[in-house]
Design a protein around this ligand. Structure first.
Ligand code: DQA
Length: 144
């Protein structure tokens, strides 16, 4: 089983970026943590980050026939991107949306996710554990 872990804008700045909200782990730390989880689950992951909406759309389109599932943190595009939502719907790859912070506990504009309705489900608020829970959830979903 092959899972794409997709990360949106500014997540490359984790560790330095608003650590009170996002913690002190870098994205590389999270990748290493998740690779360990993937090994235990016996699944293969590719870990990818980009700041550009269209590049993320391209990556989702290219995922067709390569990946069985997607775990994605669309970051700020969660709240704005019809294009990412449409790309997930277009490729029909089961996807779990995850967030480090609890988006429902923050500013009102973060309460809406345009991308979550295209996903199997959403995990939000558990820090890097959201990545782990997202991976467990998609593997469990695909094994059913
Ligand atoms: C985030 C939440 C988003 O609202 C924000 O724009 C991010 C990170 C999270 O993981 O908590 O960049 O997706």
């Amino acid at each position: 089983m092959k899972i794409l872990v997709l990360n949106g804008p500014n997540l490359n700045m984790l560790g330095k970026r608003e650590p009170d909200k996002y913690g002190t782990d870098t994205l590389e730390d999270i990748e290493l943590f998740l690779r360990d989880v993937a090994k235990k689950l016996k699944v293969e992951i590719d870990f990818y980050q980009n700041n550009v909406e269209g590049v993320l759309v391209n990556k989702i389109q290219q995922a067709k026939n390569i990946y069985d599932g997607i775990v994605m943190n669309p970051a700020a595009y969660t709240h704005t991107s019809v294009a990412i939502r449409d790309a997930i719907l277009a490729v029909e790859i089961p996807t779990v949306e995850i967030h480090l912070s609890n988006i429902h506990k923050r500013e009102e504009f973060r309460h809406t996710s345009l991308t979550a309705p295209a996903c199997v489900g959403q995990i939000t608020g558990f820090g890097k554990t959201s990545y782990k829970l997202g991976l467990i959830a998609i593997v469990d979903y695909l094994n059913k």
